[in-house]
Design a protein around this ligand. Structure first.
Ligand code: MN
Ligand code: MN
Length: 506
């Protein structure tokens, strides 16, 4: 075996670029796969230099060690009663996680392999191949772990099933991930998937939720997602050198636009997934931070620093729309998801017992006035035995960009409303509705990319869902009665701190 030192062969192996003579650059790097955005010839991309260096041999060795560690935790935990003893709200958080994340991880492998073939520098293609292997591992491991729990929780099969259904959250996830990686060119994927999504938002779900998992005592899930995060933080570093090349070549405007577009979309989907899990589903005594505090730490602080380091600006909607939404958006989503609980594959945990409400008011001053009042009425209906009043009879309006229901609670706390809600746009004779100015802006920047897609409600009104009733729609979403979400604690929260009927103190 050759005994060359790593430094003697590494750069040649990872960064071997050459000029094409048998085919044109356009043939080798077609625009749909690899838009050069005016930065030609290709040599101008060859300075692409990733901060994280790894050889294939080291990669395989490291990954094998990670898998060995995390699968051994899983095999021990599978024989224990750990899962049965977890808090019901926490179980909901991980059932939601697996359905929303497992297959998109696998699909992220398509984005990585696109960069692995169509990245415009050899070092980039090399790095992206490791990313492809990472995402394949993440897809496998996050379908395998829920598989081992199937006998304890049949809805764990939504890890594999969700993305193949028309469940509304699954449509929102597919719309986002197709936009971000399956239908994206290599340069945009590097900026949107790795720089925007992975550097900022996956930290929230994978580091934030890992911290909560350890508090809750869910060693299985904690070990799993910490292991995944070590890969993400490596391949996420494809974004920085790509931003650098764009900025150096006078295309900071493009990098900015791609970030602005994907930051908002990522924010909305993570508010739905992580926001609910952290502030409502995680047991109160085990919450390490509020969702907003995690956002401040991982997004506001770190992401803004990164913007500045690379010569980008906070997005135009940062102070006007994004920061204000931190105080209300996920609370409004939570209220909606709980109310429309039959439409999700997990059991939403209301998370509004007296002690939890106190915590919410402390972390989000004004929560009681804005949201508590709705929960007061819901709780009263539950105590009066009128459960039917707490269940949906109609559908909400759904945004034609993020595909998430419009939840702005009557404008209150939603900041200054510069136009009536929902935001409307007529494009080529069709009317589109949006939950927010930034969602509308993203559409307007690129109408050809988004026009024609129908939301769940468009399909309902268009007659695609038969019969056009709530049960008809639930069946269309792939939800059998056993799979539909119910209140996670069978309404225990509504009775807490109240006398049971007929049990007056003597
Ligand atoms: Mn991944
Ligand atoms: Mn990734």
């Amino acid at each position: 075996m050759p005994k060359l030192r790593r430094s003697e062969w590494y750069d040649l192996a990872r960064d071997l670029n050459w000029n094409l003579s048998y085919v044109t650059e356009e043939e080798a790097f077609p625009e749909e796969m690899s838009n050069h955005y005016g930065i030609t010839p290709n040599e101008r991309w060859w300075g692409w230099d990733e901060p994280y260096k790894v050889s294939y041999r080291e990669y395989v060795h490291n990954q094998h060690g990670k898998d060995a560690a995390v699968y051994s935790v899983n095999s021990v935990v599978a024989r224990s009663r750990m899962f049965e003893e977890l808090d019901p709200g926490w179980k909901s958080a991980i059932i939601a996680h697996y359905g929303a994340i497992a297959l998109p991880e696998y699909i992220a492998g398509i984005g990585e392999s696109r960069m692995g073939r169509f990245g415009r520098a050899a070092a980039w293609r090399n790095m992206a191949l490791f990313g492809t292997l990472d995402e394949t591992r993440h897809g496998q491991i996050q379908t395998y772990f829920p598989y081992t729990l199937l006998d304890k929780e049949p809805r764990m099969d939504w890890a594999h099933k969700a993305l193949h259904t028309n469940e509304w959250g699954a449509i929102a996830a597919r719309h986002l991930f197709d936009d971000m990686f399956t239908a994206n060119d290599a340069v945009s994927t590097a900026i949107q998937l790795t720089f925007t999504f992975e550097t900022g938002f996956t930290n929230l779900q994978f580091l934030g939720m890992a911290a909560d998992a350890m508090e809750v005592g869910d060693l299985d899930f904690g070990a799993l997602i910490s292991s995944i995060q070590t890969d993400e933080s490596r391949h996420a570093q494809q974004g920085e050198p790509t931003v650098k090349i764009l900025v150096e070549n006078g295309r900071a405007d493009l990098a900015q636009k791609l970030v602005d577009h994907m930051f908002w979309r990522s924010w909305h989907i993570f508010a739905l997934l992580t926001g609910l899990s952290m502030d409502y589903y995680t047991p109160l005594e085990h919450r390490s931070h509020s969702f907003k505090e995690f956002m401040e730490e991982w997004i506001i602080k770190q992401f803004l620093d990164q913007f500045r380091d690379f010569g980008l600006e906070p997005s135009w909607y940062w102070d006007s729309h994004f920061v204000p939404e931190l105080d209300w958006y996920h609370h409004a989503l939570h209220l909606g998801v709980w109310f429309w609980r039959p439409t999700v594959w997990w059991n939403p945990d209301a998370g509004v017992s007296p002690a939890e409400r106190e915590w919410l008011e402390e972390k989000y001053p004004g929560w009681n006035d804005t949201f508590g009042v709705y929960w007061d009425t819901i709780a009263e209906n539950i105590r009066n035995g009128a459960e039917e009043k707490t269940l949906p009879e109609t559908f909400p309006i759904v945004c034609n960009m993020c595909q998430i229901p419009v939840v702005t609670p009557a404008g209150y706390r939603a900041g200054k409303l510069d136009s009536p809600l929902p935001h409307l746009l007529v494009h080529e004779g069709r009317q589109y509705v949006f939950c927010s100015e930034p969602c509308k802006w993203i559409f307007e920047q690129n109408p050809a990319r988004f026009a024609g897609h129908t939301s769940v409600v468009d399909r309902f009104l268009g007659g695609e869902i038969q019969p056009p009733t709530i049960p008809g729609a639930l069946a269309w979403m792939g939800l059998s009665p056993e799979e539909m979400g119910q209140d996670a604690t069978n309404y225990a929260w509504a009775h807490e701190g109240r006398e049971a009927p007929g049990a007056a103190a003597s």
